[in-house]
Design a binder for this molecule. Structure first.
Ligand code: NAD
Length: 251
């Protein structure tokens, strides 16, 4: 649909080798964007990029390393032009009760999920401003950025920080015609959590979701395209929750 078209856009997705990142790359590409698949080890996404074809490239990108971030933007710009669509998707979690959460885990999670999103988001915005190009940034947050469950102190703090960083960026970048929004998924079925959700504890979690099912990656397709394309032209600073009603259920 033309309203959701990304024809002529240049997208960069961080953490492109992961469950959601791979899907986001395919969606953006299908909507017409040239897509750079950012991964710490570009060989991990080389086959995906090749399968997408001409309008796709793998790019080495560690979101915690400023030199790597600068090099990645340089490489994408040389091939496709200025990135005008960033999906800040790279993220890690540490699951441990608060009293046992280590400083090292805290630093690692905050480094990737919050500082990384800041570094990549700022680099993207600086280049859009320098090129005089409007653009969109989509930060992949989580419903744990608004509500908490036990055992994810660093992760939920980082995602809450990312939600607020989204608002901060939206306010400051609007004058440059850069929109910044967050997508906050609930639990999405991926390879990584399959065993947990097959377990009794996992099934108990599913029962708390009003729609009685986990999210599928396809559930994020429309919301991502809305935030990325001109269909969402007047949306900035928004947090779009996609969770089957999980986060509003107080039962
Ligand atoms: P995943 O572990 O499959 O993917 C995460 C990706 O981030 C991986 O490709 C990993 O290599 C990459 N990454 C980690 N550290 C990095 C670094 N320093 N630099 C660059 N890349 C790095 O997880 P996922 O489920 O695909 O999650 C993607 C995003 O969605 C994350 O931000 C996560 O917090 C968020 N999220 C996921 C769910 C879910 O249920 N899967 C729910 C809510 C939010």
């Amino acid at each position: 649909m033309p309203l959701f078209s990304l024809e002529g856009r240049v997208a960069l997705v961080t953490g492109a080798s992961g469950g959601l990142g791979r899907h986001f790359c395919r969606v953006l590409h299908e909507a017409g964007a040239a897509v750079a698949l950012g991964a710490r080890r570009p060989e991990a996404v080389a086959a995906d990029a090749a399968a997408l074809g001409d309008r796709a490239m793998p790019v080495a990108l560690d979101v915690t390393d400023t030199a790597s971030v600068a090099a990645a933007f340089g490489a994408v710009e040389a091939r496709f032009g200025t990135v005008d669509l960033l999906v800040n998707n790279a993220g890690i979690a540490a699951t441990r009760p608060f009293l046992e959460h280590t400083e090292e885990e805290w630093d690692r999670v905050l480094d990737v999920d919050l500082r990384g999103a800041f570094l990549v988001g700022q680099a993207a915005a600086k280049r859009m401003v320098a090129a005089g190009k409007p653009g969109a940034i989509v930060n992949i947050a989580s419903i744990l950025g608004g509500r908490v469950i036990p055992g994810v102190a660093g992760y939920s703090a980082a995602k809450a920080g990312l939600v607020h960083l989204t608002r901060q960026m939206a306010v400051e970048l609007a004058r440059h015609r850069i929109r910044v929004n967050a997508l906050a998924p609930g639990y999405v079925a991926t390879e990584i959590n399959r065993d947990f959700f097959a377990s009794e504890a996992g099934q108990a979690v599913v029962k708390r979701i009003p729609q009685r099912r986990l999210g599928m990656v396809d559930d994020l397709t429309g919301p991502l395209l809305l935030l990325a394309s001109d269909a969402g032209a007047h949306m900035t600073g928004s947090v779009v929750t996609v969770d089957g009603g999980h986060s509003v259920n107080s039962l």
